[in-house]
Design a binder for this molecule. Structure first.
Ligand code: PLP
Length: 386
C-alpha cells in the first residue's frame, strides 16, 4: 500500500498509509513500540533497521509515513512539539548572517523563537504582511534564505497566496516554508502549490483531541530531508511512541472532523455577522474577507478558526471569553471541543509592544465538532453579557 499512495483519496491515506497490520501478530492497529533499544543479530545486524529510539522507532515511522502521504511529500519527520519542528527547520536552513521573512501576525511562539533565540545566533528577520506579495518581494534581501508563511494566519486569519510566495522565494534563491497547522493537510497541501517545506503543530487538528503535543516537518527535497533527519537525531526532540500513536489515531478521522469543524464555523460566522455587539468577523470563507478569493483557490474549505472583535474594547472581549459554557477558556486549538481565548492576553501576549501586537478587543474561537446550534446559542448568550 505504501508504494503508490497517490492512488488513494485523503481518508484512505489517513487510515492506511504506514499502518499495515503488524506482520508478526496481525494487530490491525500499529503497536505502541515502547522500547528504547533493539536486539541485534551480531554487531550491526539490525532486524528491522532500528537500533535506538531517538534515531528511529516503528510507531514514529508509521506516523511519519502517514504524514508524508497526507501532505503529498516524499519525507516526513515527527517531533516532540510544533516548536521543536520549527526550530529544526530554521536551524537546517539558516546560518549566521542569513535573513528570514516572517508573517507580521506569525504564531507567537514562532516569533519568539526567531526574535529571542535565533537572533542571538546572528539570524536576522523582517516581519511582513505575507498576504501582500509585493511587500514580501520588497522585503527580500541578498541574504534571505527563508520565507516563512502561515495561512490562514493566527489569530487574524489573513490569507497568503502560497503559489505566488513560492515564486518570490525561488526567484530569490530562498525556500518557502508553510506552517500548515491552521488548515491541516485535509484543507490545503502547500507542497503541491510549490512550497518547499511544510511544518505542523500536530498538537492541533492532526492530533485533534487536545491530548498530545507534537510537531512535524514534511518535504520532497531529499537533501533538506537529510538535514532534518540529522538534526532530529542530533538534537533529539522526538515524540515518544505513545505520543506518536495518539497522533496517528487522531489522524484517522481528520477528514471527517475538518468537514464538521468547517460546517460549525460557518454557522457561527453567520450568527456573528451583523450582531450588534460584534465589530469585525474574520473568516476566510466570507466573500468580503480580503483573502477569500485566494483561500477559495487553495483551500478545500475554510476551517474551524474564527476571530472577531467585540464592541467595548478589551473588557468586553474578556467578558465574552469568561461567560461561555461550552467554549472552554483555553489556549491551543484544533480539538473536537470548542475553545475560546483572548489572543492579546493569552497566546499572543509575547507580541505586546512589537509590530506583531494583536488588537485587544479580539476574541478567537476554535470551533469544535459539537452540535452547531448549541455552540451558536452559547456564544450568543456570552455576547449578551458582554
Ligand atoms: C501551536 C502552534 C505552533 C506551535 O506548536 P506546539 O505544538 O505548541 O509547539 C506553531 N504554529 C502554529 C500555527 C500553532 O498554532
Amino acid at each position: 500500500m505504501t508504494e503508490r499512495p497517490a492512488r488513494y483519496g485523503f481518508q484512505t491515506r489517513a487510515i492506511h498509509i504506514g499502518q499495515e497490520p503488524d506482520p508478526h501478530t496481525g494487530s490491525v492497529i500499529v503497536p505502541i513500540h515502547a522500547t528504547s533499544t533493539y536486539a541485534q543479530d551480531g554487531v550491526g545486524g539490525l532486524r528491522g533497521g532500528y537500533e535506538y529510539s531517538r534515531t528511529g522507532n516503528p510507531t514514529r515511522t508509521a506516523l511519519e509515513e502517514c504524514l508524508a502521504a497526507l501532505e503529498g511529500g516524499q519525507h516526513a519527520r515527527a517531533f516532540a512539539s510544533g516548536m521543536a519542528a520549527t526550530d529544526v527547520v530554521l536551524r537546517s536552513l539558516c546560518r549566521p548572517g542569513d535573513h528570514v521573512i516572517i508573517p507580521n501576525d506569525a504564531y507567537g511562539g514562532t516569533f519568539r523563537l526567531i526574535d529571542k533565540v535565533l537572533s542571538q545566533w546572528g539570524v536576522e528577520h523582517t516581519p511582513v504582511a505575507v498576504s501582500d506579495v509585493d511587500a514580501v518581494r520588497a522585503a527580500v534581501r541578498p541574504n534571505t534564505k527563508v520565507l516563512w508563511c502561515e495561512t490562514p494566519t493566527n489569530p487574524l486569519l489573513n490569507i497568503a497566496d502560497i503559489a505566488q510566495l513560492a515564486e518570490v522565494a525561488h526567484s530569490a534563491g530562498a525556500k518557502l516554508v508553510v506552517d500548515n497547522t491552521f488548515a491541516s493537510p485535509y484543507l490545503q497541501t502547500p507542497l503541491e502549490l510549490g512550497a518547499d517545506v511544510v511544518v505542523h503543530s500536530t498538537t492541533k487538528y492532526l492530533g485533534g483531541h487536545s491530548d498530545v503535543v507534537g510537531g512535524a516537518v514534511i518535504t520532497s527535497d531529499g537533501e533538506f530531508a537529510e538535514r532534518v533527519a540529522f538534526l532530529q537525531n542530533a538534537a533529539g526532540a522526538v515524540p515518544g511512541p505513545f505520543d506518536a500513536w495518539l497522533t496517528l489515531r487522531g489522524i484517522k478521522t481528520l477528514g471527517v472532523r475538518m468537514e464538521r469543524h468547517s460546517d460549525n464555523a460557518e454557522r457561527i460566522v453567520q450568527a456573528l455577522t451583523h450582531h450588534p455587539k460584534v465589530g469585525m468577523v474574520l473568516y476566510p470563507g466570507l466573500a468580503e474577507h480580503p483573502g477569500h478569493e485566494v483561500a477559495a483557490k487553495q483551500m478545500r474549505r475554510f476551517g474551524g478558526m474564527v476571530s472577531f472583535t467585540v464592541h467595548g474594547g478589551a473588557e468586553a472581549a474578556l467578558r465574552v471569553c469568561a461567560n461561555t459554557t461550552l467554549f472552554t477558556l483555553a489556549e491551543s486549538l484544533g480539538g473536537v471541543e470548542s475553545l475560546i481565548e483572548h489572543p492579546g492576553k493569552m497566546t499572543h501576549a509575547s507580541t505586546a509592544g512589537s509590530l506583531l501586537e494583536v488588537p485587544d478587543d479580539l476574541v478567537r474561537v476554535s470551533v469544535g465538532i459539537e452540535d452547531g446550534e448549541d455552540l451558536v446559542a452559547d456564544l450568543l448568550a456570552a455576547l449578551d453579557q458582554a
